[in-house]
Design a protein around this ligand. Structure first.
Ligand code: GN1
Ligand code: MG
Length: 383
């Protein structure tokens, strides 16, 4: 649980940043939320005039990762506005409900505060919800799939050209492999000798990395606006019922392939071990979780996805797990510049974990594909 602070340097800093946004009331306390490997996140609580307590999320955009934070904010604004437009017209709440950005001093939805480390923005805190770092039961897997499927459906009619690539080639697996090769070659942190076995495994898989990008280049997979970071802990579930309420962490919304989004759900919602679990015997994909996840996702998304996309769903789970594994190993070789780490070998541990998970997913692909075909048949029969 995050520690609530009412005074001292951290509380003062949070209050100072909160003071830049369209928030009224008296500052009560702040807390640092340590979720995610990238941004700095605080929650601030204010007492309103009528005695209620309102909470907000204050977040600094990591400008090492996002070279152009303004571009990130423009993408986020377009997506949240489009979702608001759509949900208002439908007059019903959907699990993809948007976050609300609060205006900052000066008329934008963000503010550059060099003395506070960079660019900040403010969101509503989604009350009455919680997140899971690992999935515990099939209901949670279903709800996560449904939430991201609904999110994709809500933005499925946006024009991909309206958003910019805030991180170029973010999910371009062949490029990620090239980057890994370069980092192994440069070996700036002198760590390549510690991970020869892992490097060899990623090299052995190399011929498969280009499958989705080649299908996309050949026009057989549509470019869409996608979320690009669909980890299980980026979906807020109702704290009493575990029903999906809202998808968060929109920083990487940009043109991409829906398959990488589904793949990242498979990576994070079908295994009960954390991303940095060292006991690899625990790092296995559980088929019942996959089935619920796929059902939730397709319940929301089967109508707009193409046959070409449906065919690659199972493979995408394997591909992104290998890709994220390569990114962890690259960062290990580069000396831990990108992902937040808590120990010297943290990125190597994560890379080994993802290798184990990718192997486990690989061995399940035929079963996963069979289940998807069954699901798709059931939708056709219902028509
Ligand atoms: C990062 O910020 P966070 O933890 O949601 C990363 C994702 C990785 C993920 C691995 C912008 O996401 O791409 O899948 O770590 N985000 C960025 O846990 O690189
Ligand atoms: Mg993220």
């Amino acid at each position: 649980m995050p520690q609530k602070v009412t005074e001292g340097p951290l509380a003062e800093r949070i209050a100072r940043i909160g003071d830049q946004f369209a928030i009224s009331g008296e500052f009560l306390y702040g807390e640092e939320l340590c979720n995610g490997h990238i941004n700095t996140t605080y929650r601030a609580c204010y007492r309103t005039e009528d005695g209620a307590e309102d909470r907000y999320i204050l977040q600094r955009i990591n400008d090492y990762v996002f070279k152009d934070p303004v571009m990130v904010m423009k993408n986020v604004e377009k997506v949240t506005r489009h979702i608001r437009w759509k949900t208002m017209r439908r007059r019903k709440n959907t699990a993809g409900q948007p976050l609300t950005l609060y205006p900052a001093r000066g008329g934008r939805n963000y503010i550059d505060l060099p003395e506070e480390g960079g660019m900040w923005r403010c969101y509503n805190n989604i009350e009455g919800t919680h997140t899971y770092d690992v999935v515990e039961n099939t209901r949670q897997a279903y709800q996560a799939g449904f939430a991201f499927g609904s999110f994709q459906e809500l933005i499925s009619d946006m024009n991909p050209e309206d958003l910019k690539e805030s991180i170029p080639d973010f999910h371009n697996t062949p490029r990620r492999f090239e980057a890994l090769q370069r980092s192994a070659q440069a070996d700036v942190a002198g760590r390549a000798a510690n991970c020869e076995a892992e490097l060899a495994m990623f090299r052995a898989w190399a011929p498969q990395y280009c499958r989705l990008t080649e299908l996309q280049a050949a026009g057989q997979l549509p470019t869409r606006i996608t979320h690009n970071d669909t980890k299980i802990n980026n979906v807020m579930l109702d704290e009493d019922t575990d029903e999906a309420v809202c998808v968060i962490d929109l920083d990487t919304v940009m043109p991409g392939l829906s398959l990488y989004d589904f793949g990242d759900m498979v990576r994070t919602a079908t295994c009960t071990a954390e991303e940095d679990e060292e006991d690899l015997s625990k790092v296995v994909m559980q088929l019942p979780f996959f089935e619920s996840l796929a059902e939730g996702y397709l319940d929301a998304a089967h109508e707009f996805l193409t046959d070409g996309e449906i065919e690659q769903l199972a493979f995408a789970g394997w591909l992104i797990t290998a890709e994220i594994g390569m990114r962890f190993l690259t960062d290990y070789l580069d000396g831990d510049k990108y992902f937040r780490t808590d120990k010297p070998e943290h990125n190597l541990i994560r890379a080994r974990n993802q290798l184990a998970l990718a192997r486990s997913i690989e061995s399940n692909i035929p079963r996963m594909e069979r289940y998807i075909r069954r699901l798709m048949k059931s939708y056709k029969n219902k028509r």
